[in-house]
Design a protein around this ligand. Structure first.
Ligand code: ATP
Length: 208
């Protein structure tokens, strides 16, 4: 099973890396492909450029020691000069990796909006999902019971599917990191040191 970890990664942080390490160390997936999004459809445009976000992902993955050789960073989405849809990425990966099975690794906050994704039904037919329950991912959110019931997705099913794969997600978000950097506060316990050096050297997120 190959895990696809898509996201804005603006910036990539220890919460993401924690998920990657746990899924690989528990052998829930054999490999993980980290895919920073080019132009996300369902949220505001990223602050950092595609190339900076891609670079930070590469630097962060290089900092993973034990599992480093089982993780790759793909530029497939940032190279697209048009909106980036997960379904296209999945179709491209299925084509380039014949016979392989894929699972999309996703936080519960993002999974809550899955039915808004382009061709989400077909996406769910093509791959499985590994949903990571995020603590305090928003006021009153964070529990599977809070999922939007207007959706035709049976969230219980999906959660049952990942039962036994308890990932204790870290309470870190890129939004918080950007805010702290903007107000010149320390984020050294939230991003790996080489990523922080990159952010500071480029003055990203108002850190200059
Ligand atoms: P932002 O605060 O800008 O929304 P984010 O921290 O949620 O960013 P994304 O790049 O949007 O990061 O996340 C990519 C994927 O990783 C999403 O599926 C998201 O739910 C998940 N994710 C983000 N942070 C964590 C975390 N601390 N633990 C587990 N999953 C996470």
């Amino acid at each position: 099973m190959i895990g696809i970890y898509g996201g804005t990664f603006d910036p990539i942080h220890n919460g993401h890396l924690h998920v990657i390490k746990q899924l690989l160390q528990s052998h829930r997936v054999d490999r993980i492909i980290v895919i920073p999004a080019g132009e996300p459809q369902l949220r505001e445009k990223p602050i950092a450029s595609s190339s900076d976000r891609l670079e930070m992902c590469k630097i962060a993955v290089d900092s993973l020691t034990a599992v480093r050789d089982r993780v790759e960073v793909s530029s497939i989405e940032v190279e697209r000069d048009r909106p980036s849809y997960a379904i296209e990425t999945v179709e491209a990966l299925l084509k380039s990796h014949p016979g392989k099975e894929f699972a999309w690794i996703i936080g519960s906050d993002a999974f809550r909006r899955i039915d808004q994704w382009h061709e989400s039904e077909r996406l769910r037919e093509l791959i499985s999902f590994i949903v990571i329950e995020r603590p305090e991912s928003g006021a009153g959110e964070g529990s599977e019971n809070d999922f939007n019931n207007d959706s035709d997705i049976d969230f219980d099913d999906v959660f049952n599917d990942v039962d036994g794969e308890e990932i204790d997600a870290l309470q870190i978000s890129a939004t918080e990191i950007r805010k702290l950097l903007h107000s010149r506060q320390s984020v050294s316990d939230m991003v790996p040191p080489p990523v922080l050096s990159y952010i500071e050297s480029k003055g990203l997120y108002g850190s200059a």
